[in-house]
Every structure is written in C-alpha cells, then in structure tokens.
Design a protein around this ligand. Structure first.
Ligand code: ATP
Ligand code: MG
Length: 447
C-alpha cells in the first residue's frame, strides 16, 4: 500500500513552522505497512494544492492531507479537492448543526465564515473532529477513465486535532486496506567507527532491496543502524526485525553500544549501577562510581553523566581544570610533566585521572585534554588531538576502605577526532565513555 503525505500551509513552506505532522504521519503509516512514496508541502494557494493533489492521486493508494480547512480565506484545501474531483461542495447539515451548538454553548454567535467548514465535496464523507471546528474529509478519488483510484483523507493542520482524527478515523481504513501488513523498526547505535566502515562490515546486510532493510544515519559521531522489516503480519515483521538486529550484532559485536532510545551516557549509567562494586564504608552503596577531570571538554563529560536522573548514585565529582595552573593546583599534576610533554599529552591526563580518582574516592576517573580548535593546533598535535585516561582500581591491590583509591591502574590513549570544535568536544566525551564501557565489559578497546 503506497501513501503520500501532503502538508498545506504558508507557514510551512516559509519555514516558520516545522512540519511535524508529516514525520508523525509517516511513522504511523509505516507502522501499518504503508510505503511512504513522498512528502509534499504546498502553501495556501488553491492552484498549488490542486496540482499537488492531481499529481499525487495517480502515484499512491492513500493521500493523507493536513491543513487548510480552517474558516478563513486562506484555507483552500476543501475547494481544491472539490476542484480535482470535479464535484461541487455541499453542505453537511450535521456538522453545521454541531458547530452552531458549539458556538451557542460558548454564548457566541457563529461567524458566517465558519459555514465553509461544513462544506464537503459531493460523494465524500465528513470526518468528525472531536477537538475543533474543522471537520475532515474522506473521499474516494476516481479518475474519469476509472483507471486511477485513491483514498483521500483531509485533516486539520493543528497537530492535536490531526492526531486525534487520524488515529480514530483514518488509520483503521488504511490498516484494513493494507491487509494487516506492518513495518517494524529497530535502531542500533554504534560509536567509534566511521559510517563507511560500519557499512563495509555490514556488507550484504545493507544491500538495497533487502527485507528487512538496514540503513545508517550519523549524529554527533554516533552511527545508528535503522532496521525496517516489512511483512504481511506484525508478529512476522517483529521476528524478522529481531533476526536482522541479531545478525548486525553478530557482525559488529561490542561496537554496538545501545538500541532504541538508549544513549552512550544512559548505557554507562546502567552499567555502573548494575555492576556491584565493593561496599563503600561511608554510604554503604555498592554502585560503581566515577569522577571526571576535564580540560578541553569544559565539563561536558560531567554534564552527560549527570543529565540522567539518579546520577548521584554513580557520579561523585568533576573538575574542569582548563589552565595549566588549575591542573597543577587542583589536581597536583606535576608542572615539570606539563612543561616537558605539554598539556595535551598522555602523561598529563594520566596524572589528572589518578588524582581525580584518589581525591574523589571513586571506582573510576576519566580525564580528557585535547586541542578542540579552531586555533591552537601544532604540527605534532593538530586540532582534533585528544588524550584520554581511565583510572581504575590497581589490579591485585588488597587495599581496603579509602586506601583502595590511593593507587590506580591507568590506561591513557591518544585519538585524532574529526569535526569542528563542538563536534570534537562531543566526540571526546563519547570516546571517554567508550573507554569506560569497554573496561566494564572486560575487553580491550577495538580501535
Ligand atoms: P485547520 O484545518 O485545523 O484549521 P489550518 O491549516 O487551517 O488547519 P492554521 O491556522 O493554518 O490551520 O494552522 C493551525 C496551527 O497548526 C498553526 O499553528 C500551524 O502552524 C500548525 N500546523 C499546521 N500544519 C502543520 C504541520 N504540518 N506540522 C506542524 N504544525 C502544523
Ligand atoms: Mg493553514
């Protein structure tokens, strides 16, 4: 079943309002197995609306329109649909009565301009609007030669009214016509490899025309896989989507860091909370805890970790030691080490992580120092160079109580991350979380 979504409104084509109706409709139509052929947007102009309807009815089985059925002169969708159907607009007495009662109840006289909202093309059916005065239209378009038929639905532009009408009176028709077919989606997130490397590894799984399909999108350095399974039944589609998700997991392994609504910080939060650490004698808490020491990220890592409600269970403390002096005065990083190796160096982040863990008395500490740019890069340390260190409990240590934070094992790493200042900082924070994630998994970083 093919569908086209048509949004109408000057504010949409002018970019003053973001067309959220189309995105919402797409997701819900796809959920019942519709192939969305196109999204179209036109302004409040009758000729343009007529043209969009004419073009669309020949290309799909269902045309879902929102907007342009208000009471004002610039609301022209019903007139345009009547024009294309070559049918006159007729008064729907039931809706006129409903509107009159509505206005009487408000102790107001119904403005004559509202009459138009009770007009629908001959042969079409009125769709009740439970949230407003703009009734919808359900029309079966048939071309003169009977070769083309298309089910056309017209709904209000106001998102709340549109959603109510769609769910109640449009979706059931489409669901019935699609014979119970469904598209089920799964999203898997990866971090650390570029989009093309991920695609290369997935190989045949990403082949065009495959069902379920696998596509990739990138945001903030996170490469996400979007799996869409189409099937005659929702249960079958669910099973196929799960099978393909498992196949992707099989190929990419631990590179996959989460699914659906999960983000790298929420995954880390969950891991820290679920790993039983040693009982902290003071708080009696068994969660693993983390502290941060940041330079170029300016507290972003601490922000990401504390964005999550309940983060006090695992986040103890963070330092933003931006200047060399702060690194020395707050974290005791040896000035000599800074002078010899530079602020962006493995020995410096190693010392930052070690001190942060000891001072915060946390199970882990992550330290970041890098060249975020746009200036400040050198031949040996170009913009994008970032050093990250993870401090954890010294292996084999038998120290107990607060003494167990004195000595740490530290893993320092240097990365060269792409992107502008904002992107580089975000990727640095995500890379630090990734180092911790692999440590918690008990595996080496695979890149
Ligand atoms: P109705 O048919 O419900 O009267 P309309 O197009 O005539 O719709 P408008 O007054 O133009 O009504 O729009 C009502 C509100 O709905 C406006 O705030 C508008 O920006 C918003 N809106 C319209 N279409 C969309 C859309 N596709 N996505 C998001 N918001 C929309
Ligand atoms: Mg409008």
């Amino acid at each position: 079943m093919k569908a086209i979504i048509l949004s109408i409104g000057d504010e949409l084509v002018l970019g003053q309002t973001v067309d959220t109706n189309s995105a919402w409709l797409s997701q819900h139509l796809a959920g019942v197995g519709c192939d969305i052929v196109a999204h179209m947007t036109v302004g409040d102009e009758q000729k343009a609306i007529e043209q969009a309807i004419e073009e669309s009815v020949g290309r799909c089985d269902a045309l879902v329109i929102s907007g342009g059925i208000g009471p004002t002169d610039d609301d022209l969708t019903r007139q345009a649909l009547a024009g294309v159907m070559q049918a006159p607009l007729e008064l729907n007495q039931a809706w006129l009565d409903h509107m009159s009662t509505y206005f009487t109840r408000l102790d107001r006289k119904m403005p004559p301009s509202n009459n138009i909202q009770a007009m629908i093309p001959r042969g079409a059916t009125m769709i009740w609007n439970h949230h407003g005065t703009a009734a919808g239209i359900d029309a079966m378009f048939q071309s003169g030669d009977q070769k083309t038929t298309c089910h056309v639905f017209v709904m209000p532009g106001v998102p709340r009214e549109m959603k109510g009408m769609f769910t109640r009176d449009v979706l059931p028709h489409i669901q019935k016509a699609s014979g119970g077919a469904a598209i089920v989606s799964r999203t898997l997130h990866t971090f650390g490899l570029g989009e093309s490397t991920v695609a290369e590894r997935l190989g045949e799984l990403m082949k065009r025309g495959r069902n379920p399909s696998v596509g990739t999108t990138v945001a903030g350095g996170v490469v996400s896989l979007r799996i869409n399974a189409r099937s005659a039944s929702p249960t079958e589609a669910e099973a196929q989507a799960d099978e393909t998700a498992a196949a992707c997991q099989g190929v990419l392994g631990d590179i996959i860091c989460g699914s659906g609504e999960e983000t790298l910080p929420t995954v880390i939060a969950k891991m820290l909370r679920e790993h039983a650490g040693e009982v902290d004698p003071a708080s009696k808490k068994t969660h693993l805890t983390i502290a941060t020491a940041e330079s170029c990220t300016g507290g972003l890592l601490a922000k990401l970790l504390t964005d999550i409600p309940g983060s006090s269970a695992y986040f103890t403390q963070g330092w933003v030691t931006y200047s060399n002096r702060a690194k020395y005065e707050r974290l005791g990083v040896n000035e000599e080490v800074i002078n010899v190796y530079g602020a962006v160096s493995e020995p410096v982040v190693e010392a930052m992580a070690r001190s942060a863990r000891r001072l915060a008395k946390s199970d882990f500490a992550l330290a970041i120092s890098g060249v975020a740019g746009p200036d400040g890069g050198t031949e040996t340390k170009p913009v994008g160079t970032v050093c990250i260190a993870l401090a954890s409990k010294k292996s084999g240590s038998t120290a107990r109580g607060d003494d167990r934070y004195i000595e740490s094992d530290v893993i320092p790493r240097t990365f060269h991350l792409p992107g502008d200042r904002e992107m580089m900082r975000l990727r640095s924070a995500f890379m630090a979380l990734t180092m911790l994630r692999f440590h918690l998994l008990g595996r080496p970083l695979p890149f």
